[in-house]
Design a protein around this ligand. Structure first.
Ligand SMILES: [Zn+2]
Length: 373
């Protein structure tokens, strides 16, 4: 299996599937790279009875590979083909013993490779009693995951169980990941000379007041516990000169929280601060990233973890993460976010263990075989 992994992963790493940059010319090049990567994946299943579909999702293309035609498979493996930008040398995979290097080896083309191999092995299994399995390959996790949201909310894809090998490195299952709410506020005032304040309306001050009110509820903490709700002032733009009353101000805030009641608190405090403002505070945009929770004691989750433990020969640990993955769209479905030894994702040192990828594929195959037992 290791030779297959090397062959497929080398190819996948070579496609420069970067989700988006500010450079138009580069975007066209990257879009073409996605097309080529899709062609390559389709080619892997050319002579098999598996169903490969290309679906338009939120203006981009998602690829699915499944053994039965359904949008409610027993098992879905969710992966993303997009990667963050990288220097030229990282598009060629490099191997040193068991360690693989290159853009995407750990986030998450190594995982995609393991899942593609699972699908290919599935074809060889003769049983009529196999569960329905679908591999879902989205193009935009790194820029918000609109495609997975579209599959869930609009197209109603509803798997019974989800595997997401995107995080939980070192065989640590992710039980929680923080949610994220980002707001872009704007106020409009009236310009005047600083010596005649009464003639103007300062646009910046209501935003400063809003910030301070929120900071009283969610204070700065240098060593905050994971459970603590935090917020960051990411951008503040206003005015040109000291002697001018600014007539326009904008502020961007980013909140991180762990559960529904904290989320409700953020919204309540924000609304009361906005209502109290003497000047209208407009909300230009909201980015809403759901928090993630998964119960490790769910029966099917335990069954999968048992299969992993048997292959790797050690107990699975549990971890709470800060960043989210596309798994956040499956909070109502038993979901396992977990993969083997990978590190330094998004950096030029990104690496992944070859053995871990093989073990992951083996564990998933064992799980599929024993699914009906
Ligand atoms: Zn990822």
């Amino acid at each position: 299996m290791k030779t297959d992994i090397i062959e497929v992963l080398t190819k996948l790493v070579s496609f420069q599937t970067v989700s988006a940059t500010s450079d138009q010319e580069k975007n066209a090049f990257h879009a073409q790279q996605f097309v080529e990567a899709h062609e390559y994946i389709k080619h892997l299943f050319q002579d098999t009875p598996l169903i490969v579909e290309t679906i338009e999702t939120a203006g981009k293309k998602t690829l699915t590979v499944s053994n039965k035609k359904t949008i409610a498979p027993d098992i879905a493996m969710i992966v993303h083909l997009d990667v963050v930008p990288a220097g030229e040398s990282l598009w060629t995979m490099r191997q040193e013993g068991d360690r693989l290097f290159g853009r995407g080896v750990s986030d998450m083309k190594g995982s995609i490779t393991a899942c593609l191999i699972v699908m290919r092995e599935l074809v060889k299994m003769k049983s009529n009693d196999l569960p329905s399995v679908m591999l879902i390959i989205t193009p935009d996790e790194e820029i918000g995951g609109a495609s997975m949201k579209f599959l869930r909310d609009k197209l109603k894809y509803s798997p019974q169980f989800v595997l997401c090998p995107d995080g939980g490195y070192g065989w640590k299952m992710v039980t929680n990941a923080k949610g994220c709410l980002q707001f872009h506020f704007q106020t409009t005032g009236k310009s005047a000379h600083a010596s005649r304040l009464a003639e103007g309306v300062n646009a910046a001050e209501p935003l400063i007041e809003l910030y301070q009110q929120l900071r009283r509820v969610f204070p700065h903490q240098n060593e905050a516990a994971w459970e603590t709700t935090t917020f960051n002032l990411g951008a503040f733009h206003t005015g040109q000169a000291a002697n001018q009353v600014p007539d326009l101000a904008e502020m961007k805030l980013d909140f991180r929280f762990t559960n529904q009641s904290e989320r409700a608190l953020i919204e309540k405090e924000l609304q009361s601060a906005i209502n109290a403002s003497p000047l209208e505070i407009k909300t230009l945009s909201v980015v809403d990233g759901h928090f993630f929770e998964s119960n490790p004691n769910h029966q099917i989750t335990k069954k999968f973890l048992y299969c992993v433990e048997k292959v790797i020969g050690k107990q699975i640990e549990f971890v709470k993460e800060y960043g989210a993955s596309d798994a956040r769209f499956f909070t109502d479905v038993p979901t396992v976010v977990l993969i083997g030894d990978g590190k330094y994702h998004h950096s030029s040192k990104e690496e992944m263990s070859l053995t871990s990828l093989e073990q992951y594929a083996e564990a998933v195959l064992t799980f599929i075989k024993s699914y009906r037992q």
